[in-house]
Design a protein around this ligand. Structure first.
Ligand SMILES: Nc1ncnc2c1ncn2[C@@H]1O[C@H](COP(=O)(O)OP(=O)(O)OP(=O)(O)O)[C@@H](O)[C@H]1O
Length: 374
């Protein structure tokens, strides 16, 4: 088991990892998720004794990595697949690691076979593709047949077949009772691979729960409804009349980019009845589930360190003025609205974790401002 308690790492004024506490248990694939720069690699480096924590501690089976007897035989890791001498052949690279750790030569050929590089064994690694490099890194991690495995972005550069292979390999390693800790920023991939998720943003813990619980807590149901173009029966704008009727009936209404409305808090038949009563014809009424990827993006959005700006194209075009109907403001500003869509708590159990930057946090005042999560 890997255990972090109050783990913190500062680089000068930069706090890369901030009071992280979590456990990674054997027999499971634990996904470690977070946006670019959120502190995943730094955390993994501290687990492996490559960076020293500023405060707090992290142990593997109760001991810091550096105090583990014959650590290389118990812990395998893929951190940076490019950290290989380009002039070396793949087999020679693995053989040198094996010899340093007292691992028999036969094992080198075994792992080359496991990762599908047997035919490239005698090629120099500088000619390797990104995907081949990843496979070689995974082979190195498997050399000592370790009980604890860490993989930093193992599917980087792999084709779909390679991604599927890594997914199955992680699951197989966990099913053998090993501790498997895998970092990624791809929520969709982790949802398929990991049983448990640890999500961080700006070095802080955002979620630590089973993948199933994460899905249940974060993929909210909603209805998509689209008013027919043109005026309603009373001559008013159909979409506005519909949104007003839905909001008055207790629904929460948000505008979709394509002009449809996203409604939570009302059953589909009720939406249909309300549209009928308002004299609005519908072109669409359908049930939907917010995707896990979307929930993850919402959760981590205020923790994203590197964000792009719009390309103004040197003022070659004028942005269109934005008109916000009255009902939209009413629906969008309540804390309940955002909280219920972004992170619906399970019935009777309260909120599972904080959603930095959500309207709910803002409504609570300075207690959880986005600034605090930096
Ligand atoms: N040696 C270092 N010196 C200074 N700052 C560092 C150092 N290593 C990491 N950082 C900073 O710490 C923060 C966390 O970086 P880290 O590489 O751990 O994030 P990450 O989640 O692994 O990102 P990515 O998904 O892009 O790989 C970043 O802001 C990074 O610039």
């Amino acid at each position: 088991m890997i255990e972090a308690v109050g783990l913190t790492k500062r680089f000068g004024a930069k706090t890369a990892v901030d009071q992280l506490s979590f456990q990674v248990k054997p027999g499971h694939v634990t996904g470690f998720l977070g946006p670019n720069g959120s502190g995943k690699s730094t955390t993994m480096r501290m687990v492996l004794g490559l960076d020293r924590p500023t405060s707090g501690r992290v142990t593997i089976n109760g001991l810091p990595f550096r105090e583990l007897p014959n650590a290389q035989r118990h812990v395998g890791a893929l951190l940076d697949a490019k950290a290989v001498h380009g002039g070396r052949r793949a087999r020679t690279h693995l053989l040198s690691i094996a010899q340093l750790s007292g691992i028999p030569e036969k094992r080198v050929d075994e792992v080359l076979g496991v990762v599908g590089l047997q035919d490239a064994a005698r090629q120099r690694t500088k000619g390797f593709s990104l995907g081949m490099g990843q496979r070689l890194g995974i082979a190195a991690a498997l050399l000592g047949d370790p009980q604890v495995l860490l993989f930093d972005e193992p599917v980087n550069g792999l084709d779909p077949e390679g991604i599927l292979w890594v997914r199955n390999l992680m699951r197989k390693l966990a099913s053998e009772g090993r501790t498997v800790f895998v970092s990624s920023h791809l929520m969709s991939e982790m949802a398929l691979t990991a049983d448990h998720l640890i999500v961080i943003g700006r070095g802080r813990l955002l979620a630590d729960m089973s993948t199933q619980d994460f899905i249940t807590h974060n993929s909210a149901g909603f209805a998509r409804v689209r008013a027919a173009a043109g005026p309603a029966a009373d001559g008013s704008d159909g979409k506005t009349s519909l949104a007003t009727a839905l909001t008055r009936a207790g629904g929460r209404v948000l505008q979709e980019p394509d002009g449809a409305l996203r409604v939570t808090g009302l059953e589909l038949p009720r939406v249909s009845d309300l549209a009928h009563e308002a004299g609005v014809r519908l072109w669409e009424l359908s049930p939907h589930r917010a995707s896990l990827e979307e929930a993850y993006m919402r959760m981590t959005q205020s923790s994203v360190e590197y964000t792009s700006t719009e390309d103004p194209r040197a003022e070659l075009w004028e942005p269109e003025p934005l008109t916000v109907p009255e009902w939209e403001e009413e629906a969008a500003v309540t804390a309940e609205t955002a909280a219920s869509f972004f992170a619906p708590p399970p019935p009777g159990s309260g909120r599972p974790f904080l959603m930095p930057g959500s309207a709910a946090d803002l409504a609570r005042g300075s207690e959880n401002t986005p600034e605090e999560h930096r």
